[in-house]
Design a protein around this ligand. Structure first.
Ligand SMILES: Nc1ncnc2c1ncn2[C@@H]1O[C@H](COP(=O)(O)OP(=O)(O)O)[C@@H](O)[C@H]1O
Ligand SMILES: C[C@@](O)(CCOP(=O)(O)O)CC(=O)O
Ligand SMILES: [Mg+2]
Length: 421
């Protein structure tokens, strides 16, 4: 089976970030052109499980025998069996064991969370896989609100589900396969940010656009928004770093301190997401301004939760001053990215001016991308000519490879890869 590559996209939340964590409905769409790629191949050394995560300058090797000892401890008191059965919650005793025995040396936060996500999934899904190397690269900005954490969780869950024999499909993924990947990537998201709603991993697994809701019993419910309209928009990246985990826990503090103030705000966001989904299902000239209005209101409510940032307000203020449309933060906020939905009559010159002011004055980047499209996918490198496989492996293993190069060789019309999904 080895070598193979898995992949999963990022996402944009259009309505309902943060309130989604409190079981309110939310709307998100995949960003198929911004993706994480994970190469699984034989390792260089026997008895090792190696991680090569160049985007965050993280390279790590565990001896398989060392992991195996931890697995034996976890199996002895039925801990692992329990953890494998529960895809709604992390097993705290297993977390403690992994932290003590396998993650103790990792102090840097990005490294710790990526390794934690990896090792929890590994011991649950494919503990016997040895002499193996995982190289992971993404064209998504990390910690920017576009769901890089969910895309790595999905790419890892798909790879480990294949390695552990939980997914046997060699052609397209079945709906049971996707359900399995979605449940385990939710656990991966839990390792990275604590209390995810599950919207990001659902979109990274299934692709397309969804109206999502987590139920009180922990199950998730989502409907695809079919024929998702092409909306003129600009995605701006402030490059201001932040952590979803921290922002989500700040919101929790506020909600716990002032429940009578914040619970209605979260519910209001949920109503807004439902109304927004109705508009998106049937977007036309008459309701287009309603869409702009709801985006504006959603941002205002997010500001009241304390998750904006002066750097995001710069984008909002410029788009308001230029009368371009409505801007809201997207994802957890606190920096990261914003989404500007453009009015219908905005000209290319206005867009150019907006982008160049943001670039020159603030060093912000913008992404031109469509929403929707393919969710998680995989491809075997045995299915392509060896010379192409060598090039692709080298790109995925390299310390640095530009985003354009990754996209060109792995996910463009020029790529030799035929993804299965
Ligand atoms: N390409 C990557 N390589 C390694 N780790 C990654 C990568 N992308 C995301 N991560 C992990 O996900 C975390 C960022 O997740 P999060 O704060 O939820 O931001 P977002 O999901 O908005 O990008 C990082 O701390 C890191 O552990
Ligand atoms: C804030 C939240 O609604 C979205 C977080 O997205 P991101 O990690 O910032 O891409 C959290 C969640 O829904 O799990
Ligand atoms: Mg995230």
């Amino acid at each position: 089976m080895i070598p193979f590559i898995t992949s999963a996209p990022g996402k944009v939340i259009i309505f309902g970030e943060h309130s989604a964590v409190y079981n309110e409905p939310a709307v998100a769409a995949s960003v198929s052109s911004l993706r994480t790629f994970l190469l699984v191949e034989d390792g260089a050394h026997r008895d090792t499980v190696a991680l090569n995560f160049p985007d965050i300058k993280f390279h790590h090797e565990w001896r398989h025998s060392e992991i195996h000892q931890v697995i034996k401890l976890a199996e002895a008191d039925g801990l692992l069996t329990k953890a494998r059965k529960d895809t709604n919650n992390l097993s705290q005793p297993l977390v403690t064991l992994l932290e003590e025995k396998l993650l103790g040396s990792l102090k840097e936060s990005l490294h710790f969370h990526a390794a934690f996500c990896f090792i929890y999934l590994y011991v649950c899904l494919c503990p016997n896989v040895n002499h193996v190397k995982f190289s992971l690269k993404s064209t998504l900005p990390i910690g920017a609100g576009l769901g890089s954490s969910a895309s790595i969780s999905v790419a890892l869950s798909l790879a480990m589900a294949k390695l552990g024999g939980h997914i046997k499909s060699t052609e397209s993924l079945t709906s049971a396969d996707k359900k399995y990947i979605n449940s385990w990537s939710f656990i991966g998201e839990k390792c990275i940010h604590g209390t995810p709603s599950g919207i990001d991993n659902a979109v990274a697994t299934y692709g397309n656009a969804v109206l999502f809701k987590k139920e009180d019993n922990g199950s998730t419910n989502f409907q695809f928004i079919d024929n998702f309209p092409k909306i003129p928009m600009i995605l701006t990246y402030t490059r201001i770093p932040r952590s979803t985990k921290v922002l989500v826990s700040n919101v929790r503090e506020l909600v716990e301190k002032y429940p009578s103030i914040f619970k209605p705000i979260l519910q209001s966001m949920g109503h807004l997401a439902n109304d927004g989904a109705d508009i998106l299902r049937n977007l036309n000239d008459k309701n287009y301004n309603d869409l702009l209005e709801l985006v504006r209101v959603n941002h205002g409510l997010l500001v009241s939760l304390g998750v904006s940032h002066p750097g995001l307000e710069i984008i909002k203020s410029l788009s308001d001053t230029m009368d371009l449309g409505s801007t809201k933060l997207t994802g957890a906020g606190g920096g990261g990215c914003s989404l500007t939905i453009l009015k219908k009559d905005v000209t290319q010159d206005q867009i150019k001016t907006f982008k160049s002011i943001l670039k020159e004055k603030h060093n912000y980047g913008t992404y031109d991308t469509d929403l929707g499209g393919m969710g998680c996918s995989f491809v075997s490198l045995d299915s392509i000519p060896e010379k192409d496989a060598i090039v692709i492996k080298a790109i995925l293993e390299a310390r640095e490879s530009p985003r354009e190069q990754l996209t060109k060789f792995l996910f463009s019309d020029e790529s030799v890869l035929t993804w299965k999904f």
